[in-house]
Design a binder for this molecule. Structure first.
Ligand SMILES: O=c1ccn([C@@H]2O[C@H](COP(=O)(O)OP(=O)(O)O[C@H]3O[C@H](CO)[C@H](O)[C@H](O)[C@H]3O)[C@@H](O)[C@H]2O)c(=O)[nH]1
Length: 308
């Protein structure tokens, strides 16, 4: 059985459905599982509340040969004045989970953040996993601290760990208003509101279709002999500025989406483009879905959702 924390969140939903489609038994854990989503898309799946599991973890962890951590309570703009809150909100829960996984000899897959752990890089090429971690947001610091804590459990308790560092996943169900520039752009277009750009629009990100990320997770857990003890970037390897994304989105919606410039945020690294040759060479993963296709799909689903 595969236990997925955050299984009804943005990345979690796509991963849960990909695992189920591949024939895996899946149990979803969440602080508040989205039962509407499960009833619509995967009614047979068991869902457990995190608080319930926390009180009595052994019976469920004993059944789980794989544990996926796709949960998170914050985004790069969170906790700017309260960085210590990352510890209780994100770091403590994932280390608790990893300790259970180590005790029960499960394979744990942790979703870190390739878009935020590297921070301000000096290079302008693709960033490899060997780049020193230098996050500039409390969120990135929390991911880095979680990686350190999980590494400790690997060394001292024999945790079987795979860490993925995804870049900027985009796609359907990315509906959190404080997460995801493409969703923010399309929602602004839909509401006839200006799109707010933080800074001058020159920030570069590596956008990745969330379905490709879900497939990377699936491939990693299905090849533990290659993925255990590995840390892999997952991205497209291509960089696009926010201005380029705005131009592409405007073309898709059919008109120039109005823009309002806002002050730059110190928590946004200027440039993130990932080198993905390690995951590609190890398990043969590569992207299959282009950026323009993903943006168009998000736009279509936004229109369908609002008209239904
Ligand atoms: O309305 C908006 C929203 C975002 N941005 C800019 O667009 C860029 C990308 O922002 P996103 O919210 O799309 O993503 P981030 O780069 O902040 O994402 C980070 O947080 C994600 C989780 O929320 C993942 O962890 C990801 O790996 C990591 O890059 C940022 O520079 C941001 O300033 C805007 O200009 N206007």
């Amino acid at each position: 059985m595969i236990l997925i924390f955050g299984g009804t969140g943005f990345i979690g939903r796509h991963t849960t459905l990909a695992l189920r489609e591949a024939g895996h038994e899946v149990v979803v854990v969440s602080r508040s599982p989205d039962m509407d989503f499960l009833e619509t898309h995967a009614p047979e799946l068991q869902a457990i509340q995190y608080a319930e599991l926390y009180n009595d973890p052994s019976p469920i962890f004993r059944r789980a040969h794989v544990v996926i951590w796709a949960a998170g309570q914050t985004t790069p703009g969170s906790n700017i004045d309260y960085p210590w809150q990352e510890l209780t909100q994100n770091v403590q829960p994932v280390i608790w989970c990893a300790k259970q996984a180590a005790t029960h000899r499960s394979h744990m897959l942790f979703l870190s953040s390739g878009g935020s752990v590297y921070g301000e890089v000096s290079a302008t090429g693709r960033i490899t996993e060997d780049e020193p971690l230098c996050p500039v947001s409390p969120y990135g610091m929390g991911k880095q601290m979680a990686e350190i804590g999980l590494g400790f459990l690997v060394r001292t308790q024999g945790l079987n760990l795979t860490t993925l560092r995804p870049s900027n996943p985009i796609g359907r169900w990315q509906s959190n208003p404080s997460q995801g520039v493409v969703g923010a752009l399309l929602r602004a277009a839909r509401a006839n509101q200006p799109f707010h750009i933080f800074g001058d629009g020159s920030i570069v990100r590596d956008f990745l279709a969330v379905e490709d990320l879900a497939r990377a997770i699936l491939m990693a857990i299905e090849a533990p002999e290659h993925s255990i003890n590995q840390t892999w970037n997952v991205g497209s390897g291509k960089g696009h500025s926010i201005i380029e994304i705005h131009t592409m989105a405007s073309r898709i919606v059919g008109y120039e989406i109005p823009v309002k410039l806002q002050p730059a945020r110190p928590t946004d690294p200027p440039y993130i483009v990932l080198d993905v040759s390690r995951i590609s060479n190890s398990i043969g993963w590569d992207t299959t879905i282009g950026l323009e296709y993903s943006i168009r799909d998000m736009w279509n689903s936004l229109i369908i959702h609002e008209n239904s």
